[in-house]
Design a binder for this molecule. Sequence first.
Ligand SMILES: Cc1cc2nc3c(=O)[nH]c(=O)nc-3n(C[C@H](O)[C@H](O)[C@H](O)COP(=O)(O)OP(=O)(O)OC[C@H]3O[C@@H](n4cnc5c(N)ncnc54)[C@H](O)[C@@H]3O)c2cc1C
Ligand SMILES: NC(=O)c1ccc[n+]([C@@H]2O[C@H](COP(=O)([O-])OP(=O)(O)OC[C@H]3O[C@@H](n4cnc5c(N)ncnc54)[C@H](OP(=O)(O)O)[C@@H]3O)[C@@H](O)[C@H]2O)c1
Length: 272
Amino acid sequence: MDAIAEKYNAVVTAKVSFTSDLFILKVKPDKPLAEFVSGQYVLLGLSSNLARRPGSEPEFKESKPDRMVLRAYSIASSGHEPDLLEFYISVVSNGALTPRLAQLHPGDRLMVGDKIRGFFTLDTVPREHSTVVLAATGTGLAPYISMMRRHSAHPYPFRFVILHGAPRSWELGYLDELRMQARHLPRVTYIPSVTRMKEDPWWTGDTGRITKWFQDPELAKRLELEWDPNKTSVFLCGNPAMIHEVENTLKPLGYTIHGTQQPGSLHTEEYW
Ligand SMILES: Cc1cc2nc3c(=O)[nH]c(=O)nc-3n(C[C@H](O)[C@H](O)[C@H](O)COP(=O)(O)OP(=O)(O)OC[C@H]3O[C@@H](n4cnc5c(N)ncnc54)[C@H](O)[C@@H]3O)c2cc1C
Ligand SMILES: NC(=O)c1ccc[n+]([C@@H]2O[C@H](COP(=O)([O-])OP(=O)(O)OC[C@H]3O[C@@H](n4cnc5c(N)ncnc54)[C@H](OP(=O)(O)O)[C@@H]3O)[C@@H](O)[C@H]2O)c1
C-alpha cells in the first residue's frame, strides 16, 4: 500500500470534461472543510507514485517517489454546500500534478489541504465602488464562479463585468451558467472571448485577448467602464503575462495592487 495515499482525505464525486485537458472536478472531503470566502483556494494532492497520464510530456522537474505532489486550486463552489468542493482544472502536459489529476474518476481518492488560503476576495472592495471587473484567462475563471454563485444567493452591492478569454469556445468553461446569470441577475455583464478564431470559425461572440478591454478606451466606453481606482475595482486571475500587461496599463491611471498591509483597487492571482 502506498503510504502517501493513506493520507488521502477526500473522494471524487464527479468529473465534467470540456476537452481531455480541461475539466471540472467535484470532490467530497471526508470531513467538511472550514468555512471559506469566494475567491480562496486550497491545496490538492496526489502521490508521486501514481502514474502520470500516458502521452504526457516528461515532467518539468522530475518528482521524487513517495511524495505528496501538492498544488493550489481556486475553489469554484460557493460554500453553500460545505461538504462538496468544485475545481476547474487545465492539464499542463509537462506538469507534476495535473497529468495525475487527469487520471481521476468518480470514486477515486485524493488529498485536500485543510487550510483555506488566499486574499483574492470581494470582502475588501469598498462599498462606494460601483463596479467590479472580474477578468480571467483559462481556468483563472474558477474564483469568479464561486463569487457569482454567492452573488446569486446573497447579492453583493456592486455591478459586475466578467471578462473571460479562452483559445476556443469549447474551452469557455461555465459558458451556459454565466450566460444564464448575466440574463437573470441584476447588474452582471459577461463577455466570453475566443482568441483562436481560425480554429473556431463557428463562434459568433467576442474575439481577441481580454487585455483589449483595458487598453482601448472606446471598448471600455461600450461597457460603461471607468478606469478610476476610486470607482472600479479590478480582479485579474490566471496567466501571469495577462496580469502584468493589465497592471502596466492600469498603474499609470492610479491603480495599486491590493495587499494585506496596503489596500488597493487591483487584485491579482497569478497561477504560475
Ligand atoms: C493561488 C493559485 C490558485 C490556482 N488555481 C488553479 C485553478 O483553479 N485551476 C488550475 O487549473 N490551476 C490553478 N492554479 C495552478 C496550479 O496550482 C498548478 O500550478 C497547475 O495546475 C500546474 O500544476 P502541475 O503540477 O501540473 O505543473 P507544475 O509541475 O507545477 O509546472 C510545470 C510547468 O508548467 C508551468 N505552469 C504551471 N501552471 C501552468 C499553467 N496553468 N499554464 C501553463 N503553464 C503552467 C510551470 O511554471 C512549470 O514551468 C493555481 C495556482 C495558484 C498559485
Ligand atoms: N488543448 C487543450 O484542450 C487545453 C485546454 C486547456 C488548457 N490547456 C493547457 O493548459 C495550460 C494552461 O491552460 P489555461 O487554461 O491556463 O490557459 P489557456 O487555455 O492556454 O489560455 C487561456 C487564454 O489566455 C490567453 N492569453 C495568453 N496570454 C495572454 C496575455 N498576455 N494577455 C491576454 N490573454 C492571454 C490565450 O490567448 P491566445 O490563444 O492568444 O494565446 C487564451 O485565450 C496550457 O499549457 C494549455 O496548453 C490545453
